[in-house]
Design a protein around this ligand. Structure first.
Ligand code: G3I
Length: 357
């Protein structure tokens, strides 16, 4: 198999994969690198290792991969003390061989706690189970994972408590669990950059305004305790029927709030929920691309934003539940089911090109 260095060298001369057959196709990784950014995507081991064309697309377009499932606690330790590193090891090996950055997603997430650990957390507020998990995973990927989502989606302003999601972690340890997790992660991943990753921050609704404020408050609380927080992942699961709530000024102001606290920003989990099956594919693609254009125009004008991660790369493998197993049901990713570039690819490419060096 061609390694990434060979692929990139070859691409400097001539495009080599089907989507690149268009003479003006430039991989997003290259566009991003020109402006000192990283472009990456989420991948699943079962998909990328079974589909060589898709693997080639990922290796061509991306400078970073994020395991979509394989580093989550419920995947890694489904039974207490019995670890399953197969998927994560395979992806880490691929990343190392092809010089991709590997983003670690995610250590503490309320939606990926193995059932036995939920019981343990409820029964005895068992921090030891968390520490064992961090010890098992962080040193193992110390040389491959350069950035970690330490806490995923800790904010809930609707049914939470003082802005915090009442997750099993919060219920067991109170708000302190976030700082404790960062300190512990730093202990076992001394060189990685450590992030909080949160959703529901892009649109300008009463809920998202509260959510932004709660996140900033959490950041300040962590900084007040000198917790080793390096950045924020701003998830960008865009939705066409919410796009009218996008307000460029308020989004820019929110990103500035994060950036001026000295934190890096990842635009994480970019995709568009569209599913406008009554329209022609080109029309659907244009609408999805426009949503991405609006959001990235603001995001990439902020110097704190260093990475854009697409949540999947091709509609062949969309995570969206509406996909219902049917590839292409949702057209919210940069490449279609034939791995051909779409307007959404061009929206990301253009946003990167417009970024000031
Ligand atoms: O592989 C099993 C299969 O064997 C089983 O038959 C089937 C029955 O439900 O489940 C399959 O596993 C599913 C897995 O995706 C693979 O399809 C899990 O149930 C399902 O929960 C899992 O969903 C993932 C979800 O996180 C939970 O881990 C999505 O793929 C993934 O895209 C999604 O990603 C999250 C981010 O981590 C955090 N932000 C939101 C984002 C979207 O929800």
């Amino acid at each position: 198999m061609l390694d990434r260095r060979t692929l990139l060298a070859a691409m400097a001369v001539a495009p080599i994969f089907p989507a690149a057959a268009k003479s003006d196709h430039i991989p997003l990784a290259m566009e991003a690198r020109h402006v000192q950014m990283l472009f990456g995507c989420a991948v699943r081991a079962d998909q990328i290792f079974a589909d060589r064309d898709f693997q080639t697309l990922v290796l061509t377009e991306c400078a970073e991969i994020t395991p979509e499932l394989e580093l989550k606690w419920d995947y890694i330790e489904p039974i207490k003390g019995q670890y399953n590193f197969s998927g994560a090891d395979a992806l880490a090996d691929l990343a190392a061989r092809t010089q991709l950055a590997l983003h670690g997603h995610t250590l503490l997430w309320h939606d990926a706690i193995p059932p036995w650990a939920i019981v343990a957390l409820e029964r005895e507020a068992d921090w030891a189970s968390i520490e064992r998990y961090f010890v098992a995973i962080l040193p193992r990927y110390q040389t491959t994972v350069s950035t970690w989502d330490v806490v995923n989606e800790p904010i809930d302003v609707m049914s939470g408590d003082k802005g915090y999601r009442t997750s099993p972690f919060y219920t067991a340890f109170g708000p302190d669990y976030v700082a404790r997790a960062f300190v512990l992660a730093r202990q076992y991943a001394p060189t990685a950059k450590l992030f909080i990753n949160e959703y529901g921050l892009v649109y300008d609704t009463p809920e998202s305004r509260d959510k932004r404020a709660a996140l900033i408050k959490l950041i300040d609380a962590l900084k007040g305790r000198s917790a080793p927080l390096n950045g924020i992942g701003v998830q960008a699961h865009l939705e066409l029927d919410q796009q009218h709530h996008f307000n460029a000024d308020s989004f820019a102001a929110f990103l500035n709030e994060i950036g001026r606290r000295g934190l890096e920003i990842r635009i994480s989990e970019l995709d568009v929920k569209e599913n406008q099956t009554e329209l022609m594919p080109d029309q659907r693609d244009e609408r999805a691309a426009n949503a991405v254009r609006d959001v990235l125009a603001i995001a990439l004008s902020n110097r704190a934003v260093g990475t854009v991660t697409s949540w999947g790369l091709s509609d062949r493998y969309s995570w969206l539940p509406e996909a219902g197993g049917n590839a292409g049901y949702n057209r919210g990713l940069p490449f279609d089911t034939d791995l051909e570039e779409k307007s959404l690819y061009r929206a990301i490419r253009d946003a990167l090109r417009h970024r000031q060096k």
